[in-house]
Every structure is written in C-alpha cells, then in structure tokens.
Design a protein around this ligand. Structure first.
Ligand code: NDP
Length: 466
C-alpha cells in the first residue's frame, strides 16, 4: 500500500490556486523575468492570508494587482553636444492608485526596459502601503545613460522626456521622484520643464532642491531609513549596531547616506562599489573619507577605484562579468547593506555572506537578492530586511515633501528625521506583527508582503470593481 501525505483540503486548494495563478502570470509576461521574479516573491507569501480571507480570492485580487492600471511608453528625441540626433525610450508604469496618487521614482540607465519598470512599480505598491502614507505605486524612466554626458546633454534629454511625461502626471495624479541615474540635477531640469509647459508651480516631483520646494532629509532618507530599519531589527533581538563591521555596495545616493548613518550609530562601513568594481577599506570609511566620496560621485562624477589612490590601506577589486559571484560579498563582516541594484546577491553570494559572519542584511536597493539568496538568508537565521520594507524611507520622506508642498510650509531637519525614524519603526512593527499573525515569526519577507497587500486589497474592495 502507498501512503501519501495529504494536505488539509483548503491548503491543497490554495496551493493549486496559487500555482495556477503564477503559471498564468508567467504565460502572459514570459519576456519579463524581473517582473515575474517580483510577483513570485510577493505571491509566495500570500497563501495564508488568501486562505483566511476568501473574499480576496473571489474578488480576484491577485489577478487585478499584477496588471498595471496604465503603462505609458514614448519616444524621447534629443540632440547631443555634437549636434547628433539621439532617440531614447521613455516609460511610466502607473501601477496602482487604490490608496493615493501613483508615486515612485524615475530610473535613467541603459538597462531600463518594461520588465524592470514593472518589477519596480509592483514592489513600489506594497512599499508605499507600508509607509502609512496615502501613496499609490508607479515607476518610470528611460534607457538614457547620464554617465559621461555633459550637463547640457542631460538637460536637453530631461526637457524632451518631460515634454511628453507632463501630460500624464500631476500633484494629485502621479508624482515621480529620483532613482538610479536621477538625482538632484535631473529632478531640477525635469521640474523646470514641467513648470514651463504647464505654467504651474506644483509639487509634481519630489527630491526637489531645498530652496524650490524640496524637503530636508529627502536626499538622506533612503540610506538613513535602511539603517534605521536595521537598528529596529537588531533592537528587536536585543542587539545593536555599535562596533559592527558593515558591507555597503553602490556608491550613489543610497550607499552614501547608509555609510553616514552607520557611522553615526557607531558601526564601521568598510566597502563601497560601482559598476567598475569595489573598494575595501579595513580601517573604515569615516566622515572625512565619505565627504571625499560624495565629492567624487556627486561633483566630479568619477569612479570608485580612485578611492585607493587617495586613501592608503584600501584595495580595489575590478568587476569581472565572467565570475558567477560578486567578490564584494566574500569580505568578512557582521552586517550587509546592498545599495546598488537588483540581483546583486545570488545564492552563492548569500552563502559567502553567511560564511563570512554576516547576521543582518538590510536592503537599500530594490530586489538586490535573488530568490535563492533570500532562501539562504532565511534558512541561515539572518535578520533579513527586504527592500520594500528596509528602503521605504526614501518614498516616505517623498510623501512628507508632498505634505509640506500642499501646506506650503517647510519642516525642520529634526522634525523630518523624527518622522522618518517613526515611520521606519511602524514599518518594522507591522512587518513583525503580520509575520507573527500568519505563522512565520521573524520572517520580514512574509510580514512585509502580507501587511502591504492587505491595505491595498481592502481599499480596492471598498472602491468596487476598478
Ligand atoms: P544612484 O544612481 O545614485 O547610484 C547607483 C549606484 O549603484 C552607483 O554606484 C552605480 O554604479 C551602482 N550600480 C547601478 N547599476 C549597477 C549595475 N548594474 N551593476 C553594478 N553597479 C551598479 O542610485 P540610488 O543610490 O538612488 O539607487 C540605488 C538602489 O536603491 C536602486 O536599486 C534603487 O532602485 C534603490 N532605491 C533608491 C531610492 C532613492 O531614494 N534614491 C529609494 C528606494 C530604493 P555606476 O555609477 O557605475 O553605474
């Protein structure tokens, strides 16, 4: 006689339903690997809540949530400094507006395509829901590469991009911000063109300059927030960041302020990277060295390898695309803050991190860890803060910038920082509580997905079949 393990009927039905659902999403979006990866990650957490709330299944919440409300794709012609005509693609994915206007960054990078923007927009919906602020989710950008371009070229590109985008956005409709390749300079050019075309001084973008509608702490917010989330996870486990060595990847906006906040909590950041490779400074990247990096990256727009010429004792390892792993993650440390880009930690990298002593990972970047990597962290007992929770500080302060614009006033640095700290505390609490309630204590992936999903699903049900 053959004995088989029989799951309780409801659970068996639910896993069949989720499997069928995922197969249908895969069939419909087969050329969008990053988007499929993000959907699988969220949906793999949702079986318990779908089972407890059959109304979500009958309202087809999953099916509705994986379809963006609107996708806009457009031509962006511009002229370079040699008077050559260039043509880029522009996009805005307006994913979900159940709890507020679409909100999410613009990415300018040659790798940008619809799959990447759909993954980012999908993640943004849940992230924004966790912030406690009324913001829907969206994402946009272009395959334009600002690296090596003059300020005039970047301005002409931004003006052309905004000439089309302006008809789709607005302070109560869709409020973009920065992301990879879009910092203060680009937001300035985009805002200027919006104002010129619409004849409106409106809070239509966040990450604006301080003297023209920006919020204090917005540039710092994602990096600071990621460290605040790490501190919440540590305190929840009676630990602290004091004296801990930390790996940081990237050297852009998020990485820079992550290092600053790690130093303020008494930790020691020892690595930074860019697409050319990574530097390792065992003595630590202190405030003076960080100021030098900020000038290198934000002013001179140089490469991180120049760090080792300036600071003795540091080493540079060049990127090697032939490798099946990223050597940055083999450096021994206590904590890791991936802050560059998606899929920068694979299963092998995650194993190297655990082997090297890392007990905490807080994701400043969006989806920097592959599914295999996440499984290694969860199995290894690592305190693992997924991007949609850990890096939500950026969009949270963007939400605070929107509030200040609406009220036509500006909060102090201390006031914004205190609100950011409070929001990161609430996000940690709601993730931890949802993970407990649905039977996986300490699993912040499940916690973030369930807590984020629930608020959106309830709002969509309240608003009818839209
Ligand atoms: P920046 O453009 O300021 O910096 C990005 C950094 O990552 C650069 O050092 C860049 O190196 C490196 N990088 C980018 N792509 C790659 C790649 N394919 N391989 C290796 N290195 C790469 O961007 P941000 O700091 O704003 O964004 C970093 C991450 O944080 C992204 O995942 C973004 O989505 C996420 N994020 C950002 C928020 C924000 O407020 N800015 C909010 C929430 C999440 P190089 O210059 O050589 O390309």
């Amino acid at each position: 006689m053959v004995f088989r393990t029989v799951k309780p009927k409801a659970t068996a039905d639910m896993s069949d339903y989720i499997q069928d659902f995922l197969s249908s999403v895969e069939n419909r979006n087969s050329h969008e690997p990053e988007f499929l990866q993000a959907v699988r990650e969220v949906v793999s957490s949702l079986a318990p809540i779908m089972e407890r709330h059959p109304e979500y299944r009958s309202a087809r919440m999953l099916e509705r949530m994986v379809e963006p409300e609107r996708v806009i794709m457009f031509r962006v012609p511009w002229m370079d400094d040699k008077a050559e005509v260039r043509v880029q693609r522009g996009y805005r994915v307006e994913f979900n507006s159940a709890i507020g206007p679409y909100k999410g960054g613009l990415r300018f990078h040659p790798s940008v395509n619809l799959s990447i923007l759909k993954f980012l927009g999908f993640e943004q919906v849940y992230k924004n829901s966790l912030t406690t602020l009324p913001m829907g989710g969206g994402k946009g950008g272009s395959d334009f590469d600002p690296k090596g371009r003059s300020d005039n070229e970047v301005m002409r590109f931004c003006q052309s991009f905004m000439t089309e985008l302006q008809r789709h956005i607005g302070p109560d409709t869709d409020v973009p911000a920065g992301d990879i390749g879009v910092g203060g300079r680009e937001i300035g050019f985009l805002f200027g063109q919006y104002k010129r075309l619409r004849n409106e001084y409106a809070g239509v973008l966040t990450g604006k300059g301080l003297n023209w509608g920006g919020s204090l702490i917005r540039p710092e917010a994602t990096g600071y927030g990621s460290v605040y989330f790490a501190v919440e996870m540590l305190e929840h486990n009676n630990k602290s960041l004091e004296g801990q060595t930390c790996l940081v990847s990237g050297s852009g906006n998020v990485a820079q302020y992550t290092v600053e906040k790690i130093n303020q909590f008494g930790g020691k950041a020892i690595t930074l990277s860019d697409s050319g490779g990574f530097i390792h400074d065992p003595a630590g990247i202190d405030a003076d060295k960080l100021a030098w990096v900020m000038d290198l990256k934000n002013g001179r727009r140089g490469r991180i390898e120049e760090y080792v010429e300036e600071f003795s004792g540091a080493t540079f390892t060049a990127s090697d695309p032939a490798l099946d792993h990223n050597p940055l993650w083999t450096v021994a440390a206590d904590c890791a803050f991936p802050s560059a880009t998606q899929n920068e930690i694979n299963g092998q990298d995650a194993q190297a991190l655990v082997k090297g002593g890392v007990g905490l990972v807080s994701e400043g970047a969006n989806m920097p860890t592959t599914r295999e990597g996440v499984e290694v962290f969860l199995a290894g007992g690592v305190l693992y803060g997924p991007g949609k929770a850990a890096n939500a500080g950026g969009v949270a302060v963007s939400g605070l910038e929107m509030s200040q614009n609406s009220m036509r006033l500006a909060w102090t640095r201390e006031e914004v920082d205190e609100r950011l700290r409070g929001i990161m505390h609430s996000i940690h609490q709601s993730c931890a509580e949802a993970a407990d309630t649905y039977g996986t204590p300490g699993n912040y992936v499940n916690g973030a997905n369930i807590a984020g999903f629930r608020k959106i699903a309830d709002a969509m049900i309240d608003q009818g079949l839209v």
